[in-house]
Design a protein around this ligand. Structure first.
Ligand code: KIV
Ligand code: ZN
Length: 539
C-alpha cells in the first residue's frame, strides 16, 4: 500500500452504536454497512459479537454480504471487537469468518488506573495476557489488530513493551486509543512518534489512532497522530460514540482532502457520499446532527451575513474552503416530477447508490407518485427521505393504517388513529392531547401499550417550500421500573430507541417516526419472540 495512504477504519457500528440511544436493528446495521462499503471505507468494525447473540448475528450477516461484495476493488475488511479473552475472540471469529477479508480486533487496558481498579492485574499479567490472546486470535485469523485501551494515559515505556509483545504474537495493526479523550494534540502526536521510534517490530505494522472527543479534540488528535506516522484512523459517521463521541469520519477525511498540500496524505473515501451517510446514520440512530457541525451540519455551507454573501457572489472561494458538491451536499434541485416514469425513478435511485429489487421499486414508485401529486418537483433529498421511510423500517409490527386529527384554537386537539397490529387486525382509538402530535401519540399508546417516555422529538423540512416533505426523528426510552424486557434489566438502565418518518403531512410523519421507535422497542422486549423470529415473520 502506498506510504501516504491512510486507511479509514469505520467503527460507527461498534463504538458509534455504543452511544446512548444509538441502538440500531440488524436490518439497519446491514444498510449502514452497505453504505459504508459504497463510501469506500477500508475496514468496518461491524460490532462486538460477544455482547449478545443478536450482535453476533448482525456482524455475521454483514461479513457474509458486505464482506464479499464485488465491485470496484476489494471488499472492505470486516472486523469484530473482542476483549482479550478466549470466549470473546472465538465469538468474534465466528462472526467475521464468512468475510473475504476478516479481522479480529482485541484489546486490553494498559493505564495504571485501568490495570489497578478495573482489571486488577499487574503489568506482568497484562503482558502475558496480551501474548496469549493475540497469539490465540492469530491462530484463528491472519489479520489481527491489538489496542492497549487508555493508551493516552498509559506509561509510554510500558506501551512499547506491550505493543512489541502483541507484534511478536502476530498482531499487524497496532491501534492507539485515547479512550477518555484526555490528550492534547501535541502530546498525542509525540506518543505516536515515540511508539514508532521505540517499539520493536513496528516497522512491519500499521499504526492506528482512535480518539474520543471528551475535550473536543478528537479530530485534532487524530490528525496529529497521522502527521506523526499513523496510517489508520478509527472514526465514526457524525462522530457518534461513547460519551462525547469518536473522531468524525467526515472531518478527518475532508481535512486530509482540503489540506492535502500541508498533510500530504490520501484516503480511498468517495467524499461525494458523505452527506448521504450522515443522514442515513442520523435517521437510524435518531441522533440529530447539530446545524453547525463541521462538514455535515445543515449550516456547514450556508452563508448568512451580507458581507459573506457578497464575497461568495464574487468568488465562492472567499468564504468556502470546500465545495458542497465535494461532500454530496448540493442536491440537484429539479430531479423528477409528476410525469416521470418508473424507469427515470430507477435510474435516479441507482445513481444515488440504491439497488432496489422489483418489489421494492414498486413500493417506492407508488409512494413517489403520491408525493408527485402533492409536490411539483422531487429532489434527491426527497427521494432519500422517501426510500428511508418506505423501505428501511425494519420491523413493522404495528403499522399506521389511518390518521385523522382535528386541532386549532376551537376545542380540544383530537386524534383518531387506526393501526394494523402484528396479527393483521385493524385497531382504532381516539384520544385528546395538548396538541395534534400529543393526541396522536396518546391514541397510539392506547393501542400499543408499551410504556415509554419521549426523550426527543425533532421535525424539519427536507427541502425548502411550503409543499416540502417533513422529516421527524424521535427518541423514546423505556420507563424505568415498568420495564418489560430483560435487556433493559440486564443493563440496569433504560434503553433508548430512535425512529424516523417522512411525509408531506407532519402529523403523519410524527406518527410514523413514533411507531418506528416503538416497533424497535417491542422487538427488543421480545414480546413477539426473538428479533430473528420477528424479522423472519413480520416483514
Ligand atoms: O476507546 C477505546 O479504547 C476503544 C477500544 C476498544 C479500541 O474503543
Ligand atoms: Zn473507543
Amino acid at each position: 500500500m502506498e506510504e501516504n495512504y491512510v486507511r479509514i477504519f469505520d467503527t460507527t457500528l461498534r463504538d458509534g452504536e455504543q452511544s446512548p440511544g444509538a441502538t440500531m436493528t440488524s436490518a439497519e446495521k446491514l444498510e449502514v454497512a452497505r453504505g459504508l462499503a459504497r463510501l469506500g471505507v477500508d475496514v468496518m468494525e461491524a460490532g462486538f459479537p460477544a455482547a449478545s447473540p443478536d450482535d453476533l448475528e448482525a456482524v455475521r450477516k454483514i461479513a457474509m454480504e458486505v464482506g464479499n461484495m464485488s465491485g470496484e476493488g476489494l471488499p472492505p475488511i470486516i472486523c469484530g471487537l473482542a476483549r482479550a479473552t478466549k470466549g470473546d475472540i472465538e465469538k468474534a471469529w465466528e462472526a467475521v469468518q464468512p468475510a473475504a477479508r476478516p479481522r479480529i480486533h482485541t484489546f486490553l487496558a494498559t493505564s495504571e488506573i485501568h490495570m489497578q481498579y478495573k482489571l486488577k492485574m499487574t503489568r506482568q499479567q497484562v503482558l502475558e495476557r496480551v501474548r496469549e490472546m493475540v497469539a490465540f486470535a492469530s491462530s484463528l485469523c491472519a489479520d489481527v489488530e491489538f489496542s492497549p485501551e487508555d493508551a493516552g494515559r498509559s506509561d509510554p515505556e510500558f506501551l512499547y513493551q506491550v505493543l512489541a509483545e502483541a507484534i511478536r504474537s502476530g498482531a499487524r495493526t497496532l491501534n492507539i486509543p485515547d479512550t477518555v479523550g484526555y490528550t492534547m494534540p501535541d502530546e498525542f502526536g509525540k506518543l505516536i512518534a515515540g511508539i514508532i521510534a521505540n517499539t520493536e517490530g513496528i516497522e512491519n505494522c500499521v499504526v492506528s489512532v482512535h480518539c474520543h472527543n471528551d475535550l473536543g479534540l478528537a479530530t485534532a488528535n487524530t490528525l496529529a497522530g497521522l502527521r506523526a506516522g499513523a496510517r489508520q484512523a478509527e472514526v465514526t459517521i457524525n462522530g457518534i460514540g461513547e460519551r462525547a463521541g469518536n473522531t468524525a469520519l467526515e472531518e478527518v477525511v475532508m481535512a486530509l482532502h482540503t489540506r492535502h498540500a500541508s498533510m500530504g496524505l490520501t484516503t480511498g473515501i468517495k467524499t461525494g457520499q458523505i452527506t448521504r451517510m450522515s443522514k442515513l446514520v442520523s435517521n437510524y440512530t435518531g441522533m440529530n446532527v447539530q446545524p453547525n457541525k463541521a462538514i455535515v451540519g445543515a449550516n456547514a455551507f450556508a452563508h448568512e451575513a451580507g458581507i459573506h454573501q457578497d464575497g461568495m457572489l464574487k468568488n465562492n472561494q472567499t468564504y468556502e474552503i470546500m465545495r458542497p458538491e465535494d461532500v454530496g451536499a448540493s442536491q440537484s434541485k429539479l430531479v423528477l416530477g409528476k410525469h416521470s416514469g418508473r424507469h427515470a425513478l430507477k435510474v435516479r435511485l441507482t445513481s444515488l447508490g440504491y439497488s432496489l429489487d422489483e418489489e421494492e421499486m414498486d413500493q417506492v414508485f407508488e409512494r413517489f407518485k403520491l408525493l408527485a401529486d402533492k409536490k411539483k418537483t422531487i429532489t434527491d433529498a426527497d427521494l432519500e427521505a422517501l426510500v428511508s421511510d418506505e423501505l428501511y423500517q425494519p420491523y413493522e409490527l404495528f403499522a399506521l393504517d389511518g390518521l385523522q386529527v382535528s386541532c386549532g384554537t376551537m376545542g380540544m386537539p383530537t386524534a383518531s388513529v387506526r393501526l394494523r397490529d402484528p396479527s393483521g387486525d385493524l385497531r382504532t382509538h381516539a384520544s385528546i392531547g395538548t396538541g395534534p402530535v400529543d393526541a396522536t401519540y396518546n391514541a397510539i399508546n392506547a393501542i400499543v401499550q408499551c410504556p415509554n417516555s419521549l426523550q426527543e422529538f425533532v421535525i424539519h423540512a427536507v427541502t425548502e417550500g411550503i409543499d416540502a416533505l417533513g422529516e421527524v426523528t424521535v427518541r423514546i426510552q423505556g420507563e424505568n421500573g415498568k420495564s418489560i424486557w430483560d435487556a433493559q434489566k440486564e443493563i440496569g438502565q433504560p434503553l433508548t430507541f430512535g425512529g424516523y418518518g417522512a411525509d408531506t403531512d407532519i402529523i403523519v410523519a410524527s406518527a410514523k417516526a413514533y411507531l418506528s421507535a416503538l416497533n424497535k422497542m417491542i422487538v427488543a422486549a421480545g414480546r413477539y419472540g426473538s428479533p430473528e423470529k420477528v424479522a423472519a415473520e413480520a416483514l
